[in-house]
Write a protein that binds this ligand. Structure first.
Ligand code: GLY
Ligand code: MN
Ligand code: MN
Length: 486
């Protein structure tokens, strides 16, 4: 008997690695959410079709170090699965397996592996995916090769074409690279040679165009569960702006300011950034996606443009504030700032269901072009694009530039982000040089207007200057000078 108990205890301890405690926060989206999203996609699929989604590849940083893994947002949206090396099939109609089981979705995931998990983290495996994510037809990816469904019988096999480089991991014969190769063989994916010989891919049932539209229709309109995450991401990002406004001092580095924002994000348990942080002082602000953030000493006379978004449970904010390093806008800085603000306010007034993002951009352009002319910064119409070279709106969600449709609808979430960027040596009075202003906020489309989600981050000249007068807990945070001897 005692031996039997020892035997069972040994079995249990072996199985122990199968059910580890996760210490995971509990506010991720539920399996019911993902199930509902798959059902909604199935409704939209064309007759007699299957949609196929691949997990994101692991990306190598250098040598034996990879970038932190980030799941493909479509894959996450439909499953909640956050690991690599997986493929998901959603069928329009029920299929019947060899053993008689009926199913309309199936997922292949990376298997449990005690040694791999000790090095790179916990895995759900097929059983975990069934119990935690509620995908009942879950198999280890090592089974995918044997998955012998006849893809020729479908009128359409929808998937995103293979544009990413995917590494073939030597010691894993069922990693994403292998899954893709096996999939290509199963669906008769045209080889590069046949494409170049025939000039266009051979005609078959493969459709790599329409899934983007179907997913945009779904992902562009946010559910109440998603809105909880987005509101958190936005509020956290606003708090980063607030703390930086209080802590800002001439002589700080762009990187230090980036660090304060990102510390606030982490303090609120945001797991990631929605995109690389943009912190540009003076003319660095003219580089729209300036992510080097290398300037060591920001000068008292400069503006600093800060475009950052916390990612919370997969959902990102996208907020930009531009503030004077010394706490007070100069007259020229103020004139440009107020012009950008006016453009944003005009777009906010008309932002409602039925409008397009292009129309909102146009509203901001009219204000900015007139203002730049009145200030004498542009003389001719041809010059206008130079100082405001981007559109003003995009969807946000699981991606910072999220999938979504052009015409706005209730429960979409978008940015409105006009800007004016006047580089060194611009063709205008040099008192304007080096002034770069972007103001970017996040909005939920309501039934007949919008809700300004990011209003916690001060935005008017007066509110910013008042916030910058407040003390910061970081005023007392002084580190030893490492260049001085001990
Ligand atoms: N942060 C990127 C953008 O504003 O679109
Ligand atoms: Mn944006
Ligand atoms: Mn932005």
């Amino acid at each position: 008997m005692k031996q039997l108990i020892v035997f069972f205890l040994t079995l249990l301890s072996l199985a122990g690695f199968a059910q580890p405690a996760t210490d995971l926060p509990e506010d991720f989206l539920t399996k019911e959410f993902h199930l509902d999203r798959r059902a909604k996609l199935r409704e939209k699929l064309p007759a007699n079709s299957v949609a196929v989604f691949f997990a994101n590849p692991v990306r190598n940083r250098a040598n034996d170090v990879d970038y932190v893994y980030h799941q493909d947002p479509d894959f996450y949206y439909l499953t909640g699965y956050k690991e690599p090396n997986a493929v998901l099939f959603i069928f329009k109609d029920k299929q019947t397996a060899a053993n008689g089981t009926a199913y309309d979705e199936i997922i292949f995931v990376q298997p449990r592996n005690e040694m791999a998990e000790q090095w790179t983290g916990r895995r759900l495996g097929d059983q975990g995916v069934k119990t935690r994510l509620g995908l009942n037809q879950a198999f280890n990816n090592t089974e995918f090769k044997k998955f012998n469904i006849d893809f020729k019988k479908f009128d359409q096999v929808l998937f995103f074409d293979f544009e990413n480089d995917v590494r073939n991991e030597k010691y894993d014969s069922a990693d994403l690279y292998d899954i893709i190769e096996q999939f290509k063989a199963k669906v008769n994916y045209p080889s590069k040679e046949s494409v170049s010989v025939n000039r266009e891919p051979q005609k078959n049932n493969l459709n790599t165009k329409d899934l983007a539209k179907l997913m945009a229709g779904l992902r562009g309109v946010k559910t109440p569960e998603e809105m909880q995450m987005i509101r958190m991401a936005v509020n956290i990002s606003c708090m980063g702006q607030v703390e930086v406004m209080k802590a800002m001092k001439p002589g700080m580095s762009e990187r230090e300011i980036q660090g304060i924002h990102e510390y606030v994000f982490k303090k609120y348990q945001a797991e990631d950034l929605g995109y690389p942080s943009i912190v540009g002082a003076g003319h660095n602000g003219c580089i729209l996606h300036y992510i080097d953030n290398y300037k060591p000493n920001i000068s008292s006379k400069e503006l600093i443009l800060m475009d950052l978004g916390a990612e919370y449970r997969g959902y990102t904010a996208d907020i930009t504030r531009t503030i004077p390093v010394n706490g007070k806008f100069s007259p020229e800085q103020k004139q440009i700032y107020e012009l950008v603000l006016k453009a944003q306010e005009e777009a906010m007034k008309v932002c409602k269901p039925g409008m397009t993002m292009q129309q909102l951009t146009e509203v901001t352009r009219v204000v900015i072009n007139k203002g730049l002319k009145d200030l004498g910064i542009i003389k001719t119409e041809d010059e206008k694009h130079r100082y405001y070279p981007h559109g003003c709106c995009h969807h946000i969600g699981l991606d910072v530039h999220d999938r979504g449709e052009r015409v706005l609808q209730e429960n979409m979430v978008i940015t409105i982000e006009p800007g004016i960027y006047i580089p060194e040596n611009a063709n205008c009075d040099k008192k304007w040089w080096g002034i770069a202003v972007r103001i970017e906020d996040d909005y939920l489309l309501t039934k007949d207007g919008n809700e300004h989600l990011s209003s916690r981050a001060p935005r008017t000249v007066e509110d910013i200057e008042n916030m910058m007068k407040l003390p910061s807990p970081l005023d007392d945070f002084v580190l030893p000078d490492l260049k001085k001897s001990k």
